[in-house]
Unconditional design. Structure first.
Length: 638
């Protein structure tokens, strides 16, 4: 099969896809925080992940499947192969930036193992090939066979778009096998873990083979018919309790649910199915309104890694899995392309800078699976899984999810139409696209999230009239705008953007000054867990109170703050173990002399003594890089 030429990027809709915006902007992150993250990812996280594939047994599992490792035993969970595929996808995105001998060697060696392990009919899953070949597709409720296959397809596409097609042959063989089993032969089962749906759509976009899109559509349409099997917590856990168009809210496992939604939007825009898209939008709205914590995290329950009930958003026990943050960004990005509404870019920004940013340590070598909003002093003694960062895990789904999203961040910065270019995220970057029939290049200078000034310079333009659209972030109620140093009065349009239409010339400059004043935030009254509490935000960042930043002798677990407390922004600084940051300070009270004996319940109000202190807050994404002491995002209001 001939592969169609396609620009780089994780999502490349066909020309006929029904979209408001297209991801046809070539982007390079050139500095700033996101640039720093990408450097750490390439220098530390990606090499760590590649090294772990040998140490954890991922490679040996493929060798076993190929018959080349007879003395070993299969190690790890049923989806162990997916770690390899996600690291390969990470390499694909990284190789877009240029040749890299180490990554090319990794891709070549991994591809050889994959090709050797693949069965004659195209099937590929080392766990079942080695441990239970007679149970192929017989345990789909928890086997992750299609989930794992989906990650191989995505890796093959990412590498092919970067000019490396070693994985495309095994990916096409596997995809054709899935078409034969699940489309032609109508295997009456669904994988309990969605993911293959969006991968099949992307393979269709890359190759033009309609069977892949049709299989993705069929897998989505069959949800709600009990085909994902039985589970002790019910079919809603697998998003299989109601047909997709009738499902009012997200239920069950958070990552599975949002991977499925990404696939739903992909199918909807490629088949022009408005009812599918509308259903996904309704669920996104409910998720944001009642199932998302302040950092953008999702999954209220550690048990089963699941969404909770509406407004069930505890600080200490919320799971907020790292993989869920990745899935939420994937879903919101697709909805942004489909609708052109800024609210999706707003949530991507919140999720990226907070829960996703916190998921990896400052040096790129350790990862969170869950991202709580509070850690008490006795956390480790009480919780069997204390959720400190670790270098790798038995179920290592999160670290390679971090590396693949981090390596592809440039693809989430901007979108375009025939006569417009929209800046969705502000970062130091270079953007280029064909707009109004001419090549356009923009240079962005930004030090967000530390500074609110964004400079945009037109480095190339054809002189025709076109529209430059700039998102006004929801956290910036006011903006100042200058074009060629002249102040402008521009009101945001109905979708949340400032639209600047003119005949742009090479050398034109746009200065956007965003409002970074810190603000105290209150929770919705229905969120029982943090009722009567306050949190702090500045720009896109949520802040937290770590014990390490408080004055000697001050207990961060006993702080409370006033709704009227003035907040002082400290200068940009370099903190050991953390790096560049901006901390905030505000007057607070420390509760002292609290009752310590007997039941912690009282008929009369407790007489509370306090002492005035100064509380110091750090960006949430930088927490847990210095110690394992307490942290909290929400403080009681006093």
């Amino acid at each position: 099969m001939q592969l169609t030429a396609a620009p780089a990027g994780p999502i490349r809709p066909t020309a006929s896809a029904r979209l408001d915006q297209r991801p046809d902007v070539r982007a390079e992150i050139t500095g700033g925080l996101l640039g720093h993250w990408q450097q750490v990812n390439r220098k530390a996280s990606i090499p760590l992940g590649i090294g772990q594939l040998e140490q954890a047994g991922n490679y040996d599992n493929l060798r076993l499947a190929a018959g080349n490792c007879v003395d070993a035993v299969h190690r790890g969970p049923v989806y162990m192969d997916s770690d390899i595929y996600k690291m390969l996808e990470s390499a694909g995105f990284q190789l877009e930036t240029g040749a890299d001998d180490e990554l090319i060697d990794f891709v070549r060696a991994a591809a050889e193992l994959i090709i050797a392990a693949q069965a004659d009919d195209g099937y590929l899953n080392s766990y079942y090939q080695v441990r239970a070949p007679e149970k192929r597709y017989a345990e789909l409720t928890n086997s992750h066979e299609l989930y794992t296959a989906g990650h191989l397809l995505q890796a093959a596409v990412a590498l092919a778009r970067a000019g490396h097609d070693q994985l495309m042959q095994p990916a096409l063989r596997l995809a054709d096998h899935l078409v034969e089993v699940f489309l032609d032969q109508r295997c009456p089962h669904l994988d309990g873990h969605p993911e293959v749906e969006t991968a099949l759509v992307e393979l269709y976009r890359q190759t033009g083979k309609a069977d892949y899109l049709e299989l993705a559509r069929r897998l989505i349409e069959d949800r709600g018919r009990g085909l994902a099997g039985r589970h002790t917590v019910g079919s809603a856990y697998f998003q299989d309790a109601l047909p997709i168009r009738e499902m009012p809210i997200l239920t069950g496992h958070a990552v599975r649910a949002m991977y499925l939604e990404a696939g739903i939007v992909d199918v909807a825009v490629e088949t022009d199915d408005r009812s599918l898209l509308d259903a996904s939008v309704r669920r996104w709205q409910d998720m944001v309104a009642s199932k998302t914590v302040i950092t953008g995290g999702n999954g209220a329950r550690m048990l089963k890694e699941a969404f909770g009930e509406g407004y069930e958003l505890p600080s200490d026990q919320s799971y907020n899995e790292t993989c869920a943050a990745v899935a939420a960004i994937h879903w919101s990005w697709r909805l942004l392309l489909a609708t052109g509404e800024a609210r999706y870019a707003d949530l991507i920004e919140r999720t990226l800078y907070n829960v996703f940013g916190a998921s990896v340590s400052a040096d790129g070598t350790e990862f969170f699976k869950g991202n709580p909003l509070q850690r008490r002093h006795d956390h480790e003694q009480v919780i069997g899984d204390p959720r400190y960062r670790g270098g790798w895990f038995w179920s290592a789904c999160c670290p390679p999810n971090v590396t693949r999203l981090m390596a592809s961040l440039q693809h989430y910065l901007a979108t375009s139409t025939d006569d417009s270019l929209t800046v969705q995220q502000y970062a130091a970057a270079r953007l280029s696209a064909d707009v109004a029939g001419d090549p356009v290049t923009l240079r962005l200078e930004s030090d967000l999230p530390w500074d609110g000034r964004v400079m945009i310079t037109v480095d190339a333009a054809g002189g025709r009239e076109w529209t430059l659209r700039l998102r006004q972030p929801s956290w910036s109620p006011t903006v100042r705008l200058l074009i060629n140093q002249e102040p402008q009065v521009v009101e945001p349009d109905g979708s949340g953007y400032l639209s600047l239409r003119r005949s742009w010339q090479r050398g034109d400059s746009i200065e956007l000054i965003l409002d970074l004043r810190p603000r105290l935030i209150r929770a919705h009254p229905m969120i029982d867990a943090v009722r009567g509490c306050l949190a702090i935000e500045r720009g896109p960042l949520v802040y937290c109170f770590e014990q390490a930043d408080q004055e000697p002798g001050v207990d961060s677990e006993r702080l409370r703050i006033s709704p009227d407390a003035p907040i002082t922004v400290l200068p940009v600084e370099e903190l050991p173990g953390i790096g560049r940051t901006v901390r905030l300070q505000l007057p607070a009270e420390e509760l002292i002399g609290l009752p310590a004996d007997g039941l912690p319940y009282f008929a009369d109000p407790v007489r509370v003594r306090t002492r005035p202190v100064t509380a110091t807050a750090l960006p949430y994404f930088q927490w847990s890089n210095r110690d394992r002491l307490p942290m909290r995002v929400w403080l009681p209001a006093g």
